[in-house]
Design a protein around this ligand. Sequence first.
Ligand SMILES: [Cu+2]
Length: 358
Amino acid sequence: MNFPLMPPQASEHAVAYDALFWTITALTVIFTLIVGVMIYGFAVKYKRGSSADRRNAQSHNEKLEVLLLVVPTVLGLAIFAWSAVNFTSVRTPKKDEMELFVIGKRWMWHVQHMNGIRENNEMHVPVGQPIRLTMISQDVIHAMYLPAFRAQYHVVPGRYTSLHFTPTKPGTYKLLCGIHCGTQHSEMVGFVHVLSQQDFDEWLESGGNRYTKADRSMEQVGADLWKEKGCGNCHQGTDNNRAPSLNGIFNTQRTMTDGSTVLANEDYLRESILRPWDRISAGYENTMQAYANSLSEEQVLSLIAYIKSTGSGATPGQGEYEQPVRDGRALDSSSKSTIDIANDRASAGASQAKELTN
Ligand SMILES: [Cu+2]
C-alpha cells in the first residue's frame, strides 16, 4: 500500500521544515500525554468512594507553578525563534538564482523560462540550482504550493510575489494551488520535473520537447513588443524632454514628481507600463499612454525582461530585489545587447554540458 505520511523531501528547506514540524508535533504529543495521563490517573484515584487520602488538600505549589510558567515560555520562544530562522532563510533570495516566471489563472499555471520556453501546469528545473519564481495572477488570488519543496506563497493580481527554493532530488513532484480560487480550484494542479543539469540543458536545447517551442527568448519577445508599441519613440537612448531613457533603469532609485523616491523594481516597471500616471518621474509630464487593457501579463513580463536586459542599477544583494543571476553571473553588463547576452548564454550552456560529459 502506497500511503506516504509526508511528501518527499526534495529541497534544502524541506529538511529544515520537517525538523521543526516533527519537533512541534512531538512536543504537542508529549504535553497532551502528560495532561491526559494525569486527568485519567486523578479521575481514577479520586473517584467517588475511593479510599484516597483527601486531607490537607493543597491550594497551590510555588515550585510547580514556576516550572509550568518557565518551561512552556522557553519552549514557545524557542519554537518562535527557530520558525523565524526557517522563514527568513526561505524568503531570502539565494545567490545565482535561476528566474522563472509564473502566471496563475483560473484554472492553470503558466510557466515561462527566460529563453522563451513556455509550459502549462508543468515546470522543469535543474537539480541543485537555486530557483526564483516571479509570480503574478491574471484574475483572483492563487497560491503556488510545492509540497515536496515545502514551499508556498500567494500569487496575487496586480503585484509580483516571489518564491525561492533549491531542488535537491531529481524526480517529478506535485504543483498545486494552495488557496481556494473557484469551482475548478482542485484541478489547478501540475508537476515539477527536477532534472539533472545535463538533462535540463538537453531539455532546454530541444526547445522543451513537446512543450511550446521557444522561437524567441523573453527578452526578444519584449524587444519586439517594444518596437511594435513604439516605446522607443519617447524612451530613447538618453533622457529627453518627453521621457526618461530606460537603459539600465532596473533596480535604480528614481525620484518622483512629489519628491519621493522609488526603487525601479519589477513592480514599479509593471505599474509604469500599465498605469503610468500613478507615479511619474520628476521632471516629466503625465503624457504616456496607459497599457492596462492592451497588454497581457505575459507581455508585461517580456517587456520587463527586455528592460532588465539593458542592465541594472544595483549589485546583487543590495536593495529590496536581488538581481537574478543567470549562468552564474549577474546580468549587469549595461553595454551588452540582447543578442550578446543570448550568445553568451549559449556558449556558457555549451561549456557546462562539456564539463558534465567529460
Ligand atoms: Cu488557484
